[in-house]
Unconditional design. Structure first.
Length: 257
């Protein structure tokens, strides 16, 4: 796709997302860049996959029940969240200019992982059962990094299937459905493992609430309780979607043999 056409199409969608309050101003700018790169590298097929991820994740995110114990950023995605979820897909999409088909596989696998993680968090928030650390470990409080529930895992599977099915249909590549689903679900699990082991954990000394950030939403500086202080949720998401992108690329190479 011509860069000018890609930029106009991505800009229109980013503007609509900003007007719908799904993205912040910075998030819209980042979304425009991600969308442009995906369209340039993979055309309308990759654009359809990106749309499937963004629309479904935005809808399911808004349907999730409020969780006051979490120190979340809010419903509107900022530039860091957009980059964490779509950066790997955007970079991988450009490989489609070198090898037709490769870019779409990378975009599908990476965004399936991002969708699976979003769906797992949103659907899992409705679980009546307390989450367990990495699904089989000890029970933890809702919202704890690495906490998983069977309901959340079911949601992750639905999110991964939606994105993978879109890639398979748009790219006329049936193999993308099982591959994208598997890579997406595995990426969600990798995200949970990284979050539970390496992500920085903090607590606000004023509110006494757990937090994922070095500064709590009340404005107080939090106290470290574990993990790597510099690694936040956005960093974990970027690592998981990047890993999914690499695995999807390797799967495409293997499929060509």
């Amino acid at each position: 796709m011509l860069p000018s056409v890609a930029a106009l199409a991505a800009g229109a969608v980013a503007l609509l997302a900003w007007r719908a309050r799904s993205l912040t101003g910075g998030g819209a700018a980042a979304g425009w860049l991600v969308g442009t790169l995906v369209l340039v590298g993979t055309g309308w097929s990759g654009g359809a996959v990106l749309a499937a991820f963004f629309v479904s994740s935005s809808v399911v995110g808004r349907l999730a029940p409020a969780q006051p114990s979490l120190d979340a950023k809010g419903e509107r995605r900022d530039e860091r969240q957009v980059g964490a979820n779509g950066g790997a897909a955007a970079a991988g999409a450009l490989l489609g200019l070198w090898q037709p088909g490769l870019g779409l596989w990378i975009v599908t696998g990476s965004l399936a992982a991002a969708a699976a993680d979003t769906w797992a968090s949103s659907i899992g928030a409705r679980s009546r059962a307390a989450p367990r650390l990495r699904l089989l470990g000890p029970r933890v409080a809702p919202g704890t990094s690495g906490g998983m529930t069977p309901l959340g895992c079911a949601g992750a599977l639905v999110g991964a299937v939606l994105v993978a099915a879109t890639g398979a249909a748009a790219g006329s590549a049936p193999a993308l459905l099982p591959m994208g689903t598997l890579v997406g679900f595995a990426g969600m699990f990798a995200d949970s493992v990284l979050g539970s082991v390496l992500q920085g954990r903090f607590r606000c000394p004023v509110c006494g609430q757990a937090s994922e950030w070095q500064v709590h939403r009340c404005g107080a500086r939090t106290v470290p309780e574990g993990g790597l202080a510099w690694l936040d949720n956005d960093g974990v998401n970027l690592a998981a979607t990047s890993l999914a992108a690499v695995v999807a690329g390797v799967a495409w190479l293997a499929w060509q043999r």
